[in-house]
Ligand binder design. Sequence first.
Ligand SMILES: Cc1ncc(COP(=O)(O)O)c(C=O)c1O
Length: 349
Amino acid sequence: MQNQFSDFRSDTVTTPSAEMRQVMSEADVGDDDYRDDPTVKRLEEKVADLFEKPAALFLPSGTQSNLIAILTHCQRGEEIITGKGYHIHAWEGGGASALGGVIVNPLTTNETGEINQDELSVSIKKGSGHEPSTKLLSLENTYCGMVQPVEKLDILTYIARKANISTHLDGARLANAVIKTGNSFASYGRLFDTVSFCLSKGLGAPVGSVLVGGPDFIERARRQRKQLGGGMRQSGILAAAGLYALEHNLNRLNTDHHNASVLAQKLSQNSVFHVRHNLTHTNIVYADIEPDKAESMHAHLASNHIKVNSAEAVIIEGKIWFRFRFVTHLNIDDEDINRLIDCSNIFDG
Ligand SMILES: Cc1ncc(COP(=O)(O)O)c(C=O)c1O
């Protein structure tokens, strides 16, 4: 337990270690808007190489990276197909439609986030007559911590390619999928035209995402970044944290996955929680609770210095539950897990 609070809300809450701060303070920097920052260039080259893509662009956030990908792939009035719960549809403030005039067509997914291939095939529109034309298929891996099988991604992107539409992967937490499956970043990169990859989730950098793709695409994306005010100056300080994160924090994601499975197993011994083991693939544990207990459990944990997001209503086989999610990350250790378990075991709501 490194902090006064045990914070299970997200893997975005991590704070940079002393070593990470040290490399940030020593980074070689220049004005990246003039393409003068050697550390940003080093990070872009490293991530492009990981994905075996020709080019990459460093961006302040995953949301901006996805938005820029969409704005670069699509014109106003064109359509993206994505999943209903995927981040670009559900959690990015409608940016693609608000700023790009792009229509988002969200397909229903199964519980673990997979789009049905037949539904994809019949949803692609040619843009003849009255319909908008489908321009992009945007998938997500991991989806809410759930690993999407590479064979499935292969089929879905094949359908898109055959129909002449582009493909984008929101790989905010692709590092977790890579560590969990043993597949390389390149094995995902090869399926998609573009991938957005976050350094500020489980990898523990304070800021930063990288968009990878072809050289022309990334040049156009760079212009979109300027238009959105995302061009940065001595951003090598931030890129240095990203490089450090890739070098030191990638393999340790195994620890987060292990901690999540320990947490799931221990929580399932508490009869208040119905742990959804089938949804716990990497660093996110889902546990459902009766609706009348959700708020008091949240307050009970908060008063014991445990931060979790409020539970959200879900319907399972016609019954309403409230679902908590607990995220493990580099600032969560055994003591935090035991604090959560001990505290929820004395819940008498
Ligand atoms: C799957 C996914 N994509 C994109 C993002 C956006 O990243 P950011 O918070 O850096 O904008 C998130 C954030 O949690 C995410 O979970």
